[in-house]
Write a protein that binds this ligand. Structure first.
Ligand SMILES: Nc1ncnc2c1ncn2[C@@H]1O[C@H](COP(=O)(O)OP(=O)(O)O)[C@@H](O)[C@H]1O
Ligand SMILES: CC(C)(COP(=O)(O)O)[C@@H](O)C(=O)NCCC(=O)O
Ligand SMILES: [K+]
Length: 258
């Protein structure tokens, strides 16, 4: 079975893929100091708790945090006796082209999302991923990653307000009833929520104009449903988009190796 690991700047997600479906998914905070032994104890405990008897033979990693990869490689070697594929590193090819300025290191999560989006929906897509940052990945008609947009994440924006202004509290995001807030928290939520709706709409519109063709918008990431329920911003929402992309890239490389 395949252990797929998607490491973002805030959280790291582990999923076990049995070839047909994900039989388990677990999330931990991203912490580069966590050792292979710590990962294994954590994984093993969860597997036992949920009675999951998985024989992990393969591993694939996408990480936006380069430092965590070392210990994840040790985990693969020491506990699963396998060499992981690491997206963006030698030995892990992509089934799509990447057309960006020379020397650009595109976030592996964005490449994985591009592969997943193209596999599920075909080309001419905008993939919006609500993570630590909110990324827009533009997928050409042939599936190539041709660039995109990086905006501050929703929670990052709220945190920035709190950190910079003495009188602004820590606030969680939610959809405010009105645009005009009548207390500090409601004002902050309105600014970030409705500001974000405008940001997503404007960026997608401008990408469509620049591409001069219809482009479907696919959203992923924990906060996407909050926006989806409020206004019609996306054509579809895929909870496990990045994980799906990891399985596609794994299949592509596995087939080549055999
Ligand atoms: N379902 C959710 N509801 C509310 N906040 C969420 C949800 N999922 C993620 N978040 C928050 O969104 C931010 C980005 O998280 P995540 O999507 O895990 O980012 P990354 O992939 O960059 O690690 C974090 O602050 C996280 O706590
Ligand atoms: C933009 C990102 C920080 C998003 O990371 P995330 O929100 O998933 O943690 C990541 O994709 C990244 O570090 N990108 C490198 C620059 C680029 O993609 O062009
Ligand atoms: K992201």
């Amino acid at each position: 079975m395949l252990l797929a690991i998607d490491c973002g700047n805030t959280n790291t997600v582990f999923s076990i893929w049995d070839g047909k479906e994900f039989i388990a998914t677990w999330r931990t905070s991203t912490e580069w100091k966590r050792t292979a032994d710590q990962y294994y104890v954590w994984l093993n405990t969860l597997m036992r708790l949920q009675n999951i008897d998985a024989d992990i033979t393969d591993m694939i990693i996408s990480s936006t945090v380069p430092r965590v990869v070392f210990n994840l490689r040790v985990l693969a070697d020491r506990y699963f006796n396998t060499r992981p594929f690491v997206v963006g590193k030698p030995g892990c090819d992509l089934p799509i082209d990447v057309r960006v300025d020379g020397g650009t290191q595109v976030g592996p999560d964005r490449l994985v999302n591009t592969v997943a989006g193209f596999d599920l929906y075909g080309g001419d897509l905008i993939v919006v991923d609500f993570g630590t940052a909110t990324t827009f990945d533009v997928v050409a008609d042939d599936g190539a990653y041709i660039g995109g947009v990086i905006a501050p994440g929703v929670n990052l924006s709220l945190e920035a307000l709190h950190n910079a202004a003495a009188a602004l509290p820590h606030v969680d995001i939610s959809k405010p009833q009105n645009v005009i807030g009548t207390n500090t928290v409601a004002c902050m939520q309105s600014g970030v929520f409705w500001g974000y709706v405008g940001l997503v709409r404007e960026i997608c519109e401008r990408i469509r104009a620049e591409r001069a063709r219809p482009m479907r918008v696919i959203a992923t990431g924990g906060l996407a449903p909050l926006f989806q329920q409020a206004v019609d911003l996306f054509d579809d929402y895929q909870d496990e988009l990045t994980m799906h992309g990891l399985t596609v890239i794994h299949d592509y490389n596995k087939d080549k190796a055999e």
